[in-house]
Design a protein around this ligand. Structure first.
Ligand code: NAD
Length: 481
């Protein structure tokens, strides 16, 4: 059995508790590694090490910080095949997806922010009658970066890279369900020569490691991606302590299809936006809304296409649909399918585990792509985030109705709009309550653009300038001239 360790002060260390818990391979349904059961003492050590490392790291030149972060990117890239395999085993995602999306993005996150800091500029405001204001942007100190299990290294590095690039020191807390690539990142970071204490990785259960970390008086900011309920707990912990807080939370994203859309492209991409990573992407379009005149044909074609998705062993490069991340999450998704039936929904395909994947995966957590119709927008199935390979399809009559259905949840992360009518596309994009709207596409990501949610999907934006600003504090200096 593999046993991983915390990474604190440049060293791999045992948990203070001396205890470990199991990391389960979801495709096989059995433990394959042991994870440190971190606690407040480990957090204390990690924060102290980050605090001690801050003065030197924050004074390190941008050129040197950039060089080290680029070396980390190179280190990940050198091992990209093996890390893709590790991510696939830990999470259950198809290895081809890990290799084509998760790992290249982790490399890109480091390169993007490593080079962004070389192009930084300062603001200057010259007053009409004497006076010159310039704005200094300084790193905050020790920051906490907390990430979820669905895109493990992709999302952890999306936070760590800008935090380190801007001169902060970091205590990172990966998901206890998928800690493996964070452990390997620690190894790569050490080999790249990042000074001890600049990045610390503490493993463990959220409720045990999270509060001592987010509430620690020496932690100046918290960047969190995860569930909306957890985001609420963190906000309650952090707000009275006046720390900077970025919350990237859940979604129940609409995928709005007008009858004039290019249906071949719409169905092809909607299949991905519904089921990629087994529907376990915060940006997945779990509510498909289709204009009435196109509804019957869309449903028929979409269901037929969903049934062709290749479900299989995540380590088989041909697999398109892998395993659900854990048994508790499998149970949660299955309970929502049962709820949908109770609420009057008709399951047109999926709704259960596939017959058999292969012998290696016979005890794994698999659910076939599931399409449900005949549900009102007000029901729980259409209101709550399921975060699995489950979508509903709902007809609408008018543009106004489409927008009201699209906006009819407590979430507001992203949306897709499919139409050939340019004016309508812009109009609808403007009226949809979401941090990101894609027109005739999905998950086309540009690391420079603001990324985040509205309503229950979060507070704050990440990406490009927004990340650089989040991890720095502006200070205005006024000079009399
Ligand atoms: P989660 O909220 O259960 O856990 C996320 C992280 O928070 C984990 O590392 C966990 O250990 C930690 N945590 C748990 N309790 C904590 C506490 N009290 N204090 C501090 N940290 C704590 O989420 P999850 O199940 O890992 O991830 C799935 C969720 O993440 C979904 O809701 C999904 O939509 C969301 N998500 C959002 C985005 C986005 O960019 N908006 C991206 C990916 C995933």
């Amino acid at each position: 059995m593999i046993r991983i360790q915390h990474f604190i002060d440049g060293a791999f260390v045992e948990p203070h508790s001396g205890t470990y818990f199991d990391d389960v391979d979801p495709a096989q349904g059995k433990p394959y590694a042991e994870v440190p059961d971190g606690d407040a003492d480990d957090v204390e050590r990690a924060v102290a090490s980050a605090k001690a490392a801050f003065p030197a790291w924050s004074q390190t030149s941008a050129a040197e910080r950039s060089r080290l972060l680029l070396a980390i990117a190179d280190g990940i890239e050198r091992e990209i095949d093996e890390l893709s395999r590790i991510e696939s085993i830990d999470n259950g995602k198809p290895i081809t997806l890990a290799r084509s999306s998760d790992l290249p993005r982790a490399v890109a996150n480091f390169r993007f922010f490593a080079t962004a800091i070389l192009h930084a500029h300062s603001e200057l405001h010259v007053a009409d009658r004497g006076g010159l204001n310039y704005t200094l942007r300084r790193p905050l100190g020790v920051v906490a970066c907390i990430s979820p299990w669905n895109l493990p290294l992709y999302l952890l590095t999306w936070k760590i890279a800008p935090a380190l690039a801007t001169g902060n020191t970091v205590v990172a807390k990966p998901s206890e369900i998928t800690p493996m690539t964070a452990f390997h990142l620690s190894r790569i970071v050490e080999a790249a020569g990042l000074p001890p204490g600049v990045l610390n990785v503490v493993h463990g259960f959220g409720p045990k490691v999270g509060p001592p970390l987010t509430g620690h008086p020496d932690v100046r900011a918290v960047s969190f991606t995860g569930g909306t309920a957890t985001g609420g707990l963190i906000a309650a912990e952090v707000a009275p302590k006046f720390k900077k807080l970025s919350l990237e939370l859940g979604g129940k994203n609409p995928n709005v299809v007008f009858a004039d859309a290019d249906m071949d492209e719409t169905i092809k991409t909607s299949l991905r936006s519904s089921f990629q990573n087994q529907g376990q992407i915060c940006l997945c379009g779990s509510r498909i809304l289709v204009e009435k005149s196109a509804y019957p044909a869309f449903v028929e074609r979409f269901v037929a296409a969903a049934q062709t998705l290749r479900q299989g062993d995540p380590l088989d490069p041909a697999t398109e649909q892998g395993a659900i991340v854990s048994k508790p999450h499998f149970d949660k998704v299955m309970s929502y399918i049962a709820l949908a039936k109770k609420e009057g929904g008709t399951v047109l395909c999926g709704g259960s585990p596939p017959g058999s994947v292969n012998d290696r995966c016979k005890d794994g957590f698999f659910i076939s792509p599931t399409v449900i119709v005949d549900l009102p927008m007000s029901c729980r199935t259409n209101q709550e985030e399921i975060f699995g390979p489950v979508v509903t399809i709902t007809p609408f009559a008018t543009e106004d109705e489409a927008i009201s259905l699209a906006n009819g949840t407590t979430y507001g992360l992203s949306a897709s709009v499919w139409t050939q009518n340019l004016a309508r596309a812009h109009r609808v994009a403007d009226r949809i309550e979401a941090g990101t709207v894609w027109i005739n596409c999905w998950m086309v990501r540009d690391l420079r653009v603001p990324f985040g949610g509205v309503k229950g999907s979060g507070v704050g934006r990440e990406g490009g300038e927004d990340s650089l600003r989040f991890f720095t504090e502006p200070k205005n200096v006024c000079v009399k001239t």
